[in-house]
Design a protein around this ligand. Structure first.
Ligand SMILES: Nc1nc2c(ncn2[C@@H]2O[C@H](COP(=O)(O)OP(=O)(O)OP(=O)(O)O)[C@@H](O)[C@H]2O)c(=O)[nH]1
Length: 909
């Protein structure tokens, strides 16, 4: 086999071109790209117009041979010659040989092949030149080459097949794993499907809910009384509620219309900017008026999409015409009351709490003496500075509480400085008139009234209620408050203090002798003296009448107290000039200490009073400290006083002491003597309980009882004697002098009913009574005397023994005290006085009764001195009525000699 025919790849083409051969060029895809003019007869003409065209256009047969030649040429890279091919032109068939050679040209595709067409001459065989041995060798070498190529190809194909099998196995495995994945994905999908179904159900429910909500919303929009208008981002109406039509006269066709087109129906110029503001996510609130005059509260809020973007706006309108009208009425009303208050002289203040500015009315300024252009800064601090420093904290606290909304009103009386600098009392009252949504006051309005006059009057009333107008000292009420305060203070501080009770002695005499106004003057002088005798911190008070008290804080040392009391007594005992007269007075003082004697105000007053009472009884003009003994006695006194109420019903007794006619020796009269037969204390003498009866206001009833008993006795004893019998009774001074102790009984009427002559009763009065003889006393004595009741002056000579009593009161009897009856050697003066009194009395037409006659020689002496009557133990002890009656009967049976047997009759009383 010879070496393959080689040629430069481009060579056939150039050669064919140069030799003007019949050839055609094919690209790698066996498409005909070029056909030389001489080759045109070998192609179907119609295809040549379009290039490249398919090889099938070659009009040579068989086509398979042509293709095999091509393959060979490409595979070997050598020239391949075809067998003879037939070119049919009608019935004639030309023999054509085609040579193919792969060419490589930069201008051509790889795989390009040149086909050269040669008509065969005679001698050519089957495309091969049979006679040419070189050609056979060439064919053999072609076949060998082809075989080698086929073997390589087979080998390459075998490797490719193995690779393919291996790839198939890999693919198979991959398919298996994909299948597995698909299976698990399927399971997963199953599960996901369940979840999706559940999600679907939830979604369905949610959709239902949303649908319902939408429905609710639709119903709401349809039913609401709110006028709502929705506008889109272009401010066009997107929907509205039916109440909105009354404002804007909207029609369904207005949906989509710009809202600003119909805005002229409201007096609302800033609607455009406000809508724009809403689109910027701002809320707008306004109060606007419609052309029809109605007022609306208008609110614009942004319409928000789910992602919180403002995609439009919602306009709400609420009819507030009624509120506006009410406000207007309020404003009108406010103006009216402002005018009314101003006219009444009250000032008005109007405080805007939010801006903290105050408006003050002209009258407000006028009250303080300011002009209308003064105090006009509007800051509350301006008037706060005028408030009295002591009042300021309270006023401000009240105002702040009011501003917080609790309690919503304010009322305070305080002092405020006027323009001229003086302080004026004012009453400021205010009330919250506007509040914010949290209830806090935003506006407070109030008045300011000038209450100076009221304050003066109040002070006057307070002063009158707490001070004694005569002495300007605290009165009883103020004293008790003060004492209570001291008790609390002393308790807290643990300090003692003292209380003095001062009662003037016989002050009544000053009134009686010098007149009531002189008494008043004396009380004022005493008040000054007391004030001057104690410290500033001590409280001097007048309880009433001639009673004074002094509270001495932080002073319980008895020595100090004694010194102060002594000083008071000394000062008061100094002669006092009173309306041209020199008056001597004194006082009785009782002292008690906290907490030693008592730990409360009530007991302290009682203790001091008791101590003072003891000082009085001790002879007056002295001081006594409270003691337990005093307390015990006071309790006993109180107990007796209490028992006295029962005494009147059955425990009182009258004893009768006979009075002898000194000439005849006969018992002609008796003195009724009162005794109290106490169930536990025994027989009590009058001096032990009459003053208690006076204090307890029982003396009138006791006096009546004594009178009726004495009158009955006089009647009974007169009947025994067969002639009028006189019984004398003792009258307590108070009984005749005090207007409070007027007899409940009409004595004269009683005597008349009894059928007893008034002359059967003698009333014994003392000098003391006449000493206090007020017009009341005189009147009562005159009345009784005119009616026939006789009077005896008791204990004459023991007191002042003023002769004027004897003449002025025209008494019937003078009773000589037993101190003059004692006619012993040492009593010559007494005896002389008694004899003089007898003469004097006789000269004045009075009868004389001697008391306390116990001895016969006294009897003889008195009889010789001309004494008319006498009584005493010489004749008889006081007797009970029955015994007295017995005595009278016995004596009537026998004639008495001039000398009477002493102590031979009667029983002791
Ligand atoms: N001038 C005057 N007398 C008054 C006033 N208030 C009361 N009195 C009189 O003061 C007198 C007080 O009398 P008493 O304290 O009971 O008696 P007293 O004369 O002081 O006698 P003793 O206290 O027992 O020593 C009474 O006669 C009252 O009428 C007053 O305001 N002015």
């Amino acid at each position: 086999m010879g070496p393959p025919m080689t040629a430069a790849p481009e060579e056939p083409y150039r050669k064919a071109m140069a030799e003007n051969l019949a050839f055609a060029l094919l690209n790698g895809s066996d498409e005909v790209q070029f056909v030389s003019p001489r080759a045109l007869p070998y192609f179907n003409r119609r295809d040549i117009a379009t290039r490249p065209f398919a090889l099938a256009s070659v009009a040579l047969a068989p086509q398979a041979e042509l293709l095999a030649t091509l393959i060979r040429a490409r595979r070997t890279g050598l020239i391949a010659h075809s067998q003879a091919l037939q070119l049919r032109r009608g019935d004639i068939a030309d023999e054509i040989r085609v040579s193919a050679q792969a060419i490589s040209d930069a201008d051509l595709d790889p795989g390009a092949v040149i086909l050269i067409f040669e008509p065969l001459e005679a001698g050519d065989v089957g495309g091969c030149v049979a006679a040419d041995p070189l050609s056979s060798q060439s064919i053999i070498s072609d076949l060998y080459a082809e075989l080698m190529l086929s073997r390589d190809e087979f080998h390459r194909l075998t490797i490719e097949h193995e690779e393919t099998v291996s790839n198939m196995a890999t693919l198979n495995e991959e398919l298996y794993s994909i299948n597995e994945e698909l299976r698990s994905a399927s399971t997963e999908l199953e599960a996901n499907r369940d979840t999706l179904e559940a999600g679907n159900a939830a979604l369905t429910e949610m959709v239902n809910r949303v649908t319902k909500s939408n429905n609710d919303l639709e119903n709401f929009v349809g039913a609401t009384e709110l006028a709502l208008i929705f506008v889109d981002a272009n401010l066009r109406i997107s929907r509205y509620t039916s109440p909105a039509t009354t404002v804007f006269k909207l029609l369904p066709k207005d949906v989509g219309r710009p809202l600003l087109d119909i805005a002229h129906k409201l007096e609302y110029r800033s609607l455009g900017p406000d809508l724009e503001a809403a689109l910027q996510q701002h809320k707008v609130d306004r109060e606007v008026r419609s052309n029809s005059g109605k007022w609306y509260s208008l609110r614009i809020v942004p319409y928000l999409s789910p992602d919180n973007q403002a995609t439009g706006a919602v306009i709400t309108l609420i009819d507030i015409s009624m509120r506006k009208e009410a406000e207007e009425n309020l404003r009108t009303g406010e103006q009216r009351w402002r005018m009314a208050l101003e006219a009444a002289g009250d000032g008005i203040w109007d405080w805007n709490v939010v801006s903290n500015k105050s408006l003050l009315s002209p009258a407000w300024r006028r009250i303080l003496g300011y002009d209308s252009d003064e105090l006009s800064s509007g800051t509350p601090g301006e008037w706060e500075a005028l408030i009295h420093p002591e009042d300021q904290p309270g006023v401000l606290e009240n105002i702040r509480a009011c501003a917080k909304g609790e309690p919503g009103w304010f009322s305070h009386e305080y002092r405020i400085r006027c323009k001229d600098g003086h302080w004026k009392w004012v009453l400021s009252r205010g009330a919250v008139v506007e509040r914010d949504h949290r209830g806090q006051a935003t506006r407070v309005i109030g008045t300011l009234s000038d209450i100076s006059q009221k304050k003066v009057a109040e002070h006057e009333i307070w002063y009158r209620a707490n001070y004694d107008h005569l002495t300007a000292l605290p009165n009883r009420s103020f004293f008790l408050d003060r004492l209570e305060y001291e008790v609390v203070q002393a308790r807290r501080a643990g300090t003692p203090f003292a209380l003095m009770f001062i009662d003037l002695d016989r002050f009544k005499e000053v009134n009686d002798l010098h007149g009531h106004s002189a008494g008043d003057l004396l009380l004022r002088i005493v008040a000054d003296e007391l004030r001057g005798s104690v410290r500033e911190s001590d409280t001097v008070a007048r309880l009433g009448g001639d009673e004074f008290t002094v509270i001495l804080p932080a002073l319980a040392n008895p020595l100090q107290l004694e010194l102060i009391a002594a000083q008071i007594l000394r000062k008061l005992s100094d002669p006092i000039q009173l309306a041209g007269n020199v008056v001597h007075i004194s006082a009785s003082i009782g002292v008690t200490c906290f907490p030693r004697d008592a730990d409360n105000s009530g007991d302290l007053v009682r203790n001091a009073d008791q101590a003072m009472y003891v000082a009085k009884n001790a002879g007056r003009n002295c001081c006594r400290f409270f003691s337990q003994d005093m307390q015990d006695k006071a309790i006993a006194r109180i107990s007796i006083t209490n028992d006295l109420h029962d005494a009147i019903d059955g425990q009182l007794k009258l004893y009768f002491q006979p009075i002898i006619d000194m000439v005849t020796g006969e018992i002609v009269k008796a003195e009724a003597l009162l005794r109290w037969s106490h169930p536990t204390r025994g027989l009590i003498q009058p001096d032990k309980f009459i003053h208690l009866a006076e204090e307890a206001g029982l003396i009138g009833r006791i006096g009546d009882w004594v009178f009726t008993q004495a009158a009955a006795a006089a009647l009974r004893l007169g009947n025994v004697l067969g002639m009028p019998f006189q019984v004398s009774i003792n009258k307590s001074p108070l009984e005749l002098s005090s207007p409070d102790s007027l007899p409940e009984l009409d004595w004269l009427a009683f005597l008349e009913r009894l059928g007893l002559d008034t002359s059967s009763i003698v009333i014994e009065i003392t000098e003391g009574l006449l000493l206090q003889a007020t017009p009341t006393v005189n009147e009562r004595i005159s009345l009784l005397r005119r009616a026939g009741i006789q009077f005896a002056l008791d204990d004459f000579g023991t007191g002042y023994s003023s002769m004027s009593y004897l003449t002025n009161y025209n008494v019937d009897f003078l009773k000589i005290d037993q101190s003059f009856v004692n006619c012993g050697r040492d009593n010559t003066a007494g005896k002389a006085i008694a004899e003089t009194m007898i003469i004097l009395a006789h000269k004045l037409g009075l009868k004389v009764v001697a008391e306390g006659v116990e001895l016969a020689e006294q009897h003889d002496w008195l009889r010789a001195a001309g004494c008319d009557f006498s009584q005493g133990f010489l004749y008889a002890y006081p007797l009970e009525l029955d015994a007295f009656e017995d005595l009278l009967r016995q004596r009537r049976l026998r004639t008495l000699a001039a000398v009477v047997q002493p102590k031979s009759i009667g029983r002791h009383a």
